[in-house]
Each structure stands twice: as structure tokens, then as C-alpha cells.
Design a protein around this ligand. Structure first.
Ligand code: ADP
Ligand code: MG
Length: 480
């Protein structure tokens, strides 16, 4: 409504659960979905006398993400205790790098419509997750599952530099793609392995000072982040237009009706009494460790997309669709090791292969055909031995059920190899021309559209095996 007059300002905090085998400070399994309270050693439960121990893999993952997001990596790191009471926090404090993040600055490119923009990051820090309070399994009691307590999290915080719900949507989509690409988090927001809090404020368009923000928690899907921002933007504008004060507060999103409600105001600002975690010594990241991680980083999707467009001459669209998923890229990379028909390889992957995966509801990792076998089929089409639609419907289907066989063998057995030997095609063309003298007369009198009829007849006669390009050439030659 008043979007002309106001600008929305958004900063996002995303928590990413790292896919390490064990927790951040002990050997308990960090796996999701286990029977409640089975991953809880005395260290997770914070029994007196237990000591935390740093998980090296978690640091490695943090650095992987930081380097991929163009961040500065802090080599001298320590943790602090963030003290607060909550039933799902057995220690009574969370060990966090809140004030001394491992990664600083950095940015990620997003695209909305035709516009590209860098979303500027403030920091990425490591911390441990809390347990989980389950409010809906018992009518009278809240149940506590501590499996999640101590699981490593990365918190990725942007500058207040986003200005629409679409930008927020694009940002989280890009971030989720990246953490999946790096294989550090499964990115499943519904299961809570990626969670987002949105900080939102509005201001008059010419204003440069930030307005009072609200923070919306519990956003468990990318779509809900967008919905919550849209709802809050309208609500805040309505408040200001009504001459009402905006209070700095924490709100929760109700996905059922798309609204938010207040959890607490920040009047009584939280005092967490941060102090350096005395049980963990500061840890230093060596140059060697950094270089090793840098060297092991996979190519990132944006680089690969560029290479596909510039070197393989794929369309921007095809390149983007392939690079949407790392497993697709891996398959495509294997495929183009066996063929130089890059465009055809992309068409096969995005056409018949993808349809098959959808039909079977399986991922490309479960695709039964080796890239080399598919490349052989592609080669048959590219050399004119098989026509594409026959290859894609008949041969491909049989091949999928006989993955050890070669496409040529199957096509030969099914008698589908296209005839591109001019002598036999000429015989078929002659036969049709002799069979239809009237039509030939009409054609010669100017009814050029009849060429399709002749070609169709030749195709029928050859049982679909004639290379139609050659058929057309010979037909035109004979008829004129
Ligand atoms: P906290 O430590 O309370 O979470 P931070 O200063 O770290 O607060 O900010 C958290 C997030 O809120 C960041 O993403 C930041 O960009 C964003 N933010 C801060 N102020 C505003 C504001 N006025 N409007 C919108 N977003 C804001
Ligand atoms: Mg916050």
C-alpha cells in the first residue's frame, strides 16, 4: 500500500546445522532423527567435572563456507559462554563465538528477476545448538529431547542490506544451495537443520538511519521467510501511518494464517553475561590448514555455469538448471568425458534422463545407467544411426532395463538402426514416387506441400529406419 513512501530493511540470521558425525565439543553422535535422549553422554548433559573438546571437522566446515563466501578468516579463535536458563539447555549456558566470529565480512551474489546484487555478510560464527522442547506430544507436560544439545551450528549474519521479501527468498535459496554444494549441511529447513530469523524495520525512503527492528523467529521454510517479511512490512507501515510507536520486539510466525505475534519486547534487554569459556583453550588455525581446505574446495556453481556457457556453448538456461544440483553436475561432468556433443548431452540429461528420474522418483545418484552407456546412445543419434525420438523412447527404455548392454546392440536387435546408406534410401524413394504418379504430377505443378506426404510414405516403407534428412534431399532431387 504505502510501499512507495517506505523502504523495508531486512537483516537475516541463518543457523546451519553442520553434518559432522559428532557434536561440537564431544563424541556423541550429531545425527538427526534418533530415538529421543540417546545421544547424551555426561558431557552433553554437563555433569560436573566433564570437559569439552573441540571438533576439528566443525572448524573445517566453517572455513569451507567462509572461503566460499569470500570472507576473511580469523586465525585466532575462542569461545564464550552465553549464560541463560532454559530447560533444553542443561549447562545453563551456550558455548558460542558470538563476539569473536571465525569468518568476517564476505558476500554472496543473488539474482532477483534481471537484477544481480551482492548480499553483504557481517559474520559467520560457530556455536552449539540447544536441545529441543516438545510441546505437542503430551497435553500436560513439555518433553525435552537433548539429542540436539551440542550439535554444531554456524550462524550466518547479513548486514541490514536486503530490501524486499524476494531478495530474502533469493538469499536463503542461494545459501542453501551453497551449504549443500559444500556438503556441510543438508539444508532441510523443515527438519530444522537450517533455520532463519528475520530482522525487519521500515523507514522513509530518503532516510539513512535504521528504524526500530522486530525480529521474527521460527521460520522453517524459505516461503515462510518471505511470508513473514511481507506480513511484518505491512504491519509496521500501518503502525507508523497510525502514529503508533514500533517497539523492538521478538515475534513468532504462525504459518497457519501467515501472521506474527509478539513473544517478548526487548525493553529488558537480555544480559547474557558473556565471558570466555574457561574449559577451552583458544585455538589457532594454521596457514597450512587454511591452504589445505582452500585446495580441497569444489568448484562453485557460479564458476561452473560460466564455464558451461563460455566453453561448452550451453544456453544460460541449461547451464543454470544443471548447476542447480551438484549431483547433476557430477553426472554431467562424467558424461562429457565420454562425448564432445555437449549440447546433446545437456539435452539428454535435462530431457529423457530427468523425466525418468521424476517418474521413478529417484535422484540422479540412483540413475542406473553409467555415463559411458548413455554417451554411446547419444553418439548413435549424433552420427545419424538413430533418430532422436526412437532413441529416447525405445532404445533408452530397453537400455535402462539392460544396463550392461550397449545401445548399438539393443538398437540392432530391435532393428532400429537408421538407414543412411543412400542406395537403399533411393530404392524406397523410387518405390514411393512410382506408387503415386498423380501426386507427383500435382507436386510438379506447384503443390510443394506434398513433400511431407512423400517423406511420410518413405518413412513408413522403411519402418522408420530411413534417415529423414537424406530422404528429403533425395526426394527433392528426384522430384525436381
Ligand atoms: P543481535 O545480536 O541482537 O542478534 P545484531 O546486531 O547481531 O543483533 O543483528 C542481527 C541482525 O539484525 C543482523 O542481520 C542485522 O543486519 C539485522 N539488523 C540490525 N538492525 C536492524 C534494523 N534496524 N533493521 C533491520 N535489520 C537490522
Ligand atoms: Mg538476533
Amino acid at each position: 500500500m504505502n510501499n512507495q513512501k517506505y523502504e523495508v530493511v531486512i537483516g537475516l540470521e541463518v543457523h546451519v546445522q553442520l553434518q559432522t558425525q559428532s557434536k561440537l565439543f564431544c563424541g556423541d553422535s550429531a545425527e538427526f532423527g534418533a530415538e529421543p535422549n540417546t545421544h547424551i553422554s555426561p558431557i552433553t548433559l554437563a555433569h560436573p567435572g566433564t570437559l569439552p573438546k573441540m571438533n576439528r571437522k566443525a572448524i573445517e566446515y566453517a572455513i569451507k563456507l567462509g572461503l566460499s563466501l569470500n570472507c576473511d578468516i580469523e586465525q585466532h579463535n575462542y569461545f564464550a559462554r552465553k549464560n541463560y536458563f532454559y530447560p533444553d539447555l542443561p549447562k545453563g549456558y551456550q558455548v558460542s563465538q558470538h563476539t569473536t566470529p571465525i569468518c568476517k565480512n564476505g558476500f554472496i551474489k543473488i539474482r532477483t528477476g534481471e537484477t544481480e546484487k551482492d548480499i553483504i555478510l557481517n559474520r559467520i560464527h560457530l556455536e552449539e545448538d540447544a536441545g529441543k522442547s516438545l510441546h505437542d506430544i503430551d497435553e500436560q507436560y513439555t518433553a525435552i529431547d537433548l539429542n540436539r544439545a551440542g550439535v554444531p551450528l554456524l550462524e550466518i549474519v547479513t548486514e541490514p542490506c536486503l530490501h524486499s521479501s524476494e531478495e530474502a527468498f533469493a538469499y536463503i535459496t542461494a545459501l542453501r544451495k551453497l551449504v549443500r554444494w559444500l556438503d556441510i549441511c543438508d539444508g532441510n529447513m523443515e527438519e530444522g537443520s537450517m533455520r532463519c530469523d528475520a530482522n525487519i524495520s521500515i523507514r522513509l525512503k530518503a532516510e539513512t538511519k535504521l528504524g526500530t527492528r522486530v525480529e521474527v523467529k521460527n521460520l522453517n521454510s524459505i516461503r515462510n521467510v518471505k511470508r513473514a517479511i511481507e506480513f511484518e512490512t505491512d504491519r509496521l507501515i500501518a503502525l507508523v501511518e497510525d502514529n503508533k510507536m514500533i517497539l523492538q520486539e521478538t515475534r513468532s510466525f504462525d504459518a497457519n494464517n501467515g501472521t506474527t505475534f509478539s513473544l517478548r519486547t526487548k525493553e529488558d534487554a537480555d544480559d547474557y553475561r558473556y565471558f570466555p569459556e574457561p574449559d577451552l583453550t583458544p585455538f589457532h588455525i594454521t596457514n597450512e590448514f587454511l591452504v589445505k581446505i582452500k585446495d580441497g574446495l569444489p568448484d562453485l556453481p557460479q564458476m561452473i555455469e560460466k564455464r558451461y556457457i563460455n566453453d561448452l556453448h550451453l544456453s544460460a538456461y541449461d547451464a543454470a538448471v544443471i548447476c542447480d544440483d551438484k549431483d547433476h553436475v557430477d553426472f554431467f561432468e562424467a558424461l562429457i568425458k565420454c562425448t564432445t556433443s555437449y549440447k546433446a548431452a545437456a539435452n539428454w540429461l535435462l530431457g529423457p534422463v530427468k523425466s525418468y528420474l521424476n517418474e521413478q522418483n529417484i535422484s540422479i545418484k540412483e540413475f542406473p545407467l553409467l555415463p559411458e552407456r548413455l554417451a554411446e546412445l547419444i553418439a548413435l543419434v549424433e552420427t545419424g544411426k538413430l533418430n532422436f525420438s526412437i532413441a529416447a523412447t525405445k532404445v533408452f527404455t530397453v537400455l535402462l532395463n539392460n544396463t550392461g548392454k550397449q545401445a548399438l546392440q539393443i538398437a540392432t536387435e530391435l532393428n532400429l538402426i537408421q538407414e543412411n546408406d543412400t542406395a537403399s534410401i533411393e530404392d524406397w524413394v523410387n518405390a514411393i514416387i512410382n506408387k503415386m504418379p498423380d501426386k507427383v504430377k500435382e507436386y510438379r505443378a506447384g503443390k510443394k506441400g506434398l513433400i511431407g506426404l512423400f517423406a511420410g510414405e518413405v518413412k513408413k516403407l522403411s519402418k522408420g529406419k530411413a534417415d529423414m534428412q537424406i530422404v528429403n534431399e533425395i526426394l527433392i532431387q528426384k522430384l525436381n
